[in-house]
Design a protein around this ligand. Structure first.
Ligand code: ADP
Length: 618
């Protein structure tokens, strides 16, 4: 398994954060509204195979009201209609008209007689608006009913009736929905309750107790033969129409717009549907077992994890066109999944997949673009610099090499005096030593950073080393008339590799001289702070730009100012210094003001004298 490096760790963390954010965003009201819109849209998009309808609407429309003397004649009209269809013996008759108040005796009596003649009658009950309980039918009506069902319908915030609450309770007084009761009595069955569903007449209705036993209404698509609607007026005009009610479950109710505001928008249409037709659709959903169940939460979360992971892997592994093409496939899956699920009767929310897919892809693409590109640019720059430096070093090396070659040729070709021979031999010796030093330095930095150098452990005095360095650098300083002073440098004993440490101090000192104009000062100072000691070299030189300060420790990096100064250098010294200091458990700090000067400080742990602790050498 590949090791999870810092980059992969941060990338995974980012995607995890995006995933959580996207999931939370999809649970907001806006998210659920989007889910609803897509749900409705799926209805319109999907064209299932037709299914039969077992319901029929006995409608009281404007024409019926007019024919039966308006609102006052409503109960008589209903009684008339019910008596006419009773002969066809429908499986059940559900009435969606509140019958809780008395009307005139003649009408109520007629209606009671009609109810008595109706088999499997289901009467409605609604919650009273003042919240005091159920508004049940008058006892004289109720006694003829096989059941009383609630007609309490609650559309969504957007007025679309998508679901029906099958069970509604006031205090401990509960009613099943009218459509469910109509189904139950039509099957002469009982309702068996489990926490997850209801079982009626051999049909399992997925209606979770925890979700308030809601059931999505699977409306009949408009391209199907509609649920038949027979108005009271049509029935009165043509009594033969009663035959249509044979073997059906009838839903009787007012559809006249003047008389009722009981209308719902449906997923199919923005034209409201009368409540009684909604109830008939709910009944058919049960009777035809056209249930639309919600996908379980774990499945939604798993799907979103899959989308985020797919986006993450895509942009980590692929680039360019392939990455874009795969991202498009992921988006297509996220967009299509709810529809595909819908065609299988499962309602899969749209917004979780939508938001996780888009946000994960955006985040993964942005990360890979910014981070990986930055690394690429950086490594390209490093490679350029390295090549530059190698060219430079080889150029530097060529000078002593040419001198050696030339001198040795002279010696072999010509008869030289002894004095001349000795002179040339000295030159060859010193040039080859210089070459050796250069190669050594080049290799040192690599070995140091790889931890391949065995550090010696010896005690040495900071002051003594510094004094030695100042002495060695004196000719350089004199040439530029730079005064080097050692100011307040406490004499501490450090433990470590004396030679390397001397190299580090010397490098800082020669840099300070190199990168300073003539007639300036270089000051060395330092002190003790707890168990650490600091040594600083301060100059009044060209300084370093703020943004370049971190880079000067990179191999072969030289500041623009240093290049322009005409001072020779390889840009390798400070990276060796940093490695030496790190290997000794210390650190290096830089403060610098361009044009004013720089101060390089080495902070080193104070050494335990080697002799005092012989075991430390193991
Ligand atoms: P070199 O001096 O050979 O270029 P170094 O690794 O010693 O390489 O230093 C790296 C770079 O840091 C230098 O090229 C220079 O740009 C900058 N630098 C180091 N010391 C100083 C200083 N005292 N003042 C200004 N710039 C400095």
């Amino acid at each position: 398994m590949p090791r999870l490096d810092r980059h992969s760790f941060a990338y995974t963390g980012l995607l995890a954060a995006v995933f959580v954010f996207a999931l939370l965003a999809s649970w907001t009201p806006i998210g659920s509204q989007i889910d609803n819109y897509v749900y409705d849209w799926n209805f319109r998009l999907y064209h299932p195979k037709p299914w039969p309808t077992e319901s029929i609407v006995l409608a009281i429309d404007e024409g019926s009201l007019k024919a039966f003397n308006g609102r006052l004649g409503l109960r008589k009209a209903l009684a008339d209609g019910l008596e006419r269809i009773a002969s066809a013996s429908p499986k059940a008759v559900a009435v969606d008209a509140i019958l809780a108040d008395r009307s005139d005796e003649e009408s109520d009596g007629a209606l009671e007689r009609a109810f008595r003649a109706t088999r499997n009658l289901v009467l409605p009950s609604d919650l009273l608006r003042d919240g005091s309980g159920w508004d049940d039918p008058l006892p004289r009506f109720r006694r003829w009913a096989a059941a009383v069902g609630h007609v309490h319908l609650e559309p969504g915030l957007d007025g679309v009736g998508r679901a029906l609450t099958l069970e509604k309770a006031f205090a401990h007084d509960r009613r099943w929905a009218l459509s469910l009761e109509a189904f139950r009595v039509s099957r002469s069955a009982t309702i068996l309750e489990t926490p997850r569903d209801l079982e009626v007449g051999g049909i399992t209705i997925p209606a979770d107790y925890s979700s308030g036993r809601t059931m999505r209404i699977h409306y009949r698509p408009p391209e199907f033969d509609p649920i038949p609607v027979v108005t009271l007026k049509q029935l009165a005009d043509n009594p033969a129409l009663a035959r249509q009610f044979a073997g059906k479950v009838a839903f009787a109710g007012v559809i006249a717009q003047t008389e009722t505001n009981d209308r719902w928008l449906t997923p199919y249409s923005s034209i409201p549907m009368p409540g009684v037709e909604v109830l008939a659709n709910a009944f058919d959903t049960i009777a035809q077992q056209k249930f639309l169940t919600s996908a379980p939460a774990w499945m939604v979360v798993a799907f979103c994890i899959f989308l985020t992971a797919a986006a993450g892997v895509t942009f980590a592994r692929l680039s360019g066109r392939w990455a874009i093409a795969t991202a498009l496939v992921i988006l297509a899956v996220a967009h299509m999944a709810p529809y595909q699920a819908f065609t299988r009767g499962t309602v899969f929310p749209f917004s979780p997949g939508f938001s996780t897919a888009w946000l994960s892809i955006a985040a993964a693409a942005a990360w890979q673009h910014l981070y990986v590109r930055r690394r690429l640019v950086k490594s390209e720059a490093e490679r350029d610099r390295y090549q530059h430096a190698v060219q430079f070093v080889t150029h530097e090396m060529r000078t002593p090499l040419t001198a050696i070659q030339g001198s040795s040729e002279l010696m072999s070709r010509y008869a030289l005096t002894d004095e001349k021979r000795t002179q040339i031999a000295h030159l060859i010796h010193s040039e080859s030593k210089r070459l050796g030093r250069m190669i050594e330095m080049f290799l040192n930095v690599e070995r140091l950073s790889a931890g391949e150098v065995d550090l010696k452990k010896e005690n040495f005095s900071v002051r003594a080393i510094m004094a030695g360095c100042v002495e060695r650098a004196a000719p350089l300083a004199e040439r530029k008339q730079i005064r080097v002073t050692i100011d307040k440098l406490v004499d501490e004993t450090l433990t470590g590799d004396r030679e390397l440490m001397e190299y580090a101090f010397y490098n800082l000192l020669t840099n300070a001289i190199k990168y300073s104009p003539t007639k300036t000062e270089v000051t060395i100072f330092g002190g003790r702070d707890g168990d650490r000691c600091s040594v600083a070299v301060q100059d009044q030189g060209i300084g370093i730009d703020r943004k370049e300060v971190r880079q000067i420790f990179q191999k072969f990096y030289r500041t623009k100012k240093a290049e322009q100064s005409g001072e020779a250098g390889t840009g390798i010294g400070l990276s060796i210094v940093e490695q030496i200091v790190l290997q000794h458990g210390g650190r290096i700090e830089v403060t610098s003001t361009p044009g004013k000067g720089s101060c390089f400080t080495l902070v080193l742990p104070l050494g335990q004298p080697v002799a005092a602790k012989p075991l430390a050498a193991n």
